[in-house]
Design a binder for this molecule. Structure first.
Ligand SMILES: [Zn+2]
Length: 72
């Protein structure tokens, strides 16, 4: 069996507009049923951003080399 890397959940940085990973993946957070907001420390601007499901999207087609380096 091949282990699939589940796609990350991405939001746009409110300071720079860059797409940044929230630290969540589709396997641990279901955007369709997510209620309210969550916050995370942005790796782009180092501020804490709050976001809701409507701000987020799921990444597609990410190369293996660009995987999240901050997996706990
Ligand atoms: Zn940011």
């Amino acid at each position: 069996m091949v282990t699939l890397h589940m796609p990350r959940i991405i939001v746009s940085c409110t300071a720079t507009g860059a797409p940044v990973p929230t630290g969540h993946r589709t396997q641990d957070l279901d955007l369709a049923s997510m209620i309210g907001t969550r916050s995370f420390r942005c790796p782009t601007c180092n501020a804490v951003h709050a976001w809701s499901a409507q701000d987020a999207h799921v990444e597609v087609g990410l190369p293996e080399a660009a995987r999240d380096r901050a997996v706990a």
